[in-house]
Ligand binder design. Structure first.
Ligand SMILES: [Zn+2]
Length: 228
């Protein structure tokens, strides 16, 4: 009986793969199996000198930095992050977080004590209704069993969001953007895993890392769903 209902639902409201546009046979799928298999995985997990890690060289200290997949401009896979960010598709965020978490299992990342999503500007979060990095972090957490901590690292509401600035100006602008609230949690001598949706220049993550490194004995790991 359940199959009949599913078949009927699929017939009436077919679900299409957001990457290739073909109808999906299984309703709970987020993208089709073929597109999941063909995802342009970065394969950076065991490579300490991968291009994402190199973004931080000479700028700040991270233990390891990786991305799950990489996309070129106009890639159909870029759409997955758009669906989360601009269409509020949280199921997509959890799915991408789970893929990232599965990739991190069995690696050095597993020893992290907390997962910290990169905070969104409070105004932006209010407008959007959610922080996409937090949704992804929840997916990572579900797979890795590491708790997500959202209050510790926060974004100062007085700072402007960045638009049309050079990398240096952006960094200057970012310098005091993030703050630490250690009232409820002691993160000294802990390893933390910073999560973001996508890394491009790395300025935002760099500013987060710099803020976190003010804590005694902290080790910072970085993982993003995608790198561009
Ligand atoms: Zn597909």
């Amino acid at each position: 009986m359940r199959h009949v209902i599913f078949d009927l639902l699929n017939f009436l409201f077919p679900m299409y793969c957001p990457v290739c546009g073909t109808p999906m046979a299984i309703r709970k799928q987020v993208i089709c199996l073929s597109c999941e298999l063909k995802m342009p995985r970065a394969g950076y997990i065991d490579d300490a000198e991968n291009p994402v890690a190199q973004l931080f060289w000479g700028r700040t200290k991270v233990e390891l930095a990786v991305s799950f997949f990489r996309f070129e401009k106009g890639s159909k896979y870029q759409k997955l992050l758009h669906l989360l960010k601009y269409k509020g598709d949280k199921r997509m965020g959890i799915f991408l977080g789970q893929l990232l978490g599965a990739e991190l299992l069995g690696s050095e990342f597993e020893q992290c004590d907390y997962i910290l999503p990169v905070p969104l500007h409070p105004k932006k979060q209010k407008k959007r209704g959610f922080n996409q990095s937090e949704i992804i972090a929840n997916g990572v957490s579900a797979v890795m069993g590491i708790p997500v901590e959202t209050d510790f690292l926060y974004r100062d509401s007085d700072t402007d969001t960045q638009t049309r600035k050079s990398r240096f100006e952006r960094f200057q602008n970012m310098e005091n953007v993030f703050k630490i609230n250690s009232l409820n949690i002691d993160i000294e001598n802990c390893s933390v895993l910073l999560i973001d949706d996508v890394i491009t220049t790395g300025s935002t993550l760099e500013a987060c890392v710099e803020t976190l490194l003010k804590q005694e004995g902290i080790k910072v790991y970085v993982a993003t769903v995608a790198c561009a």
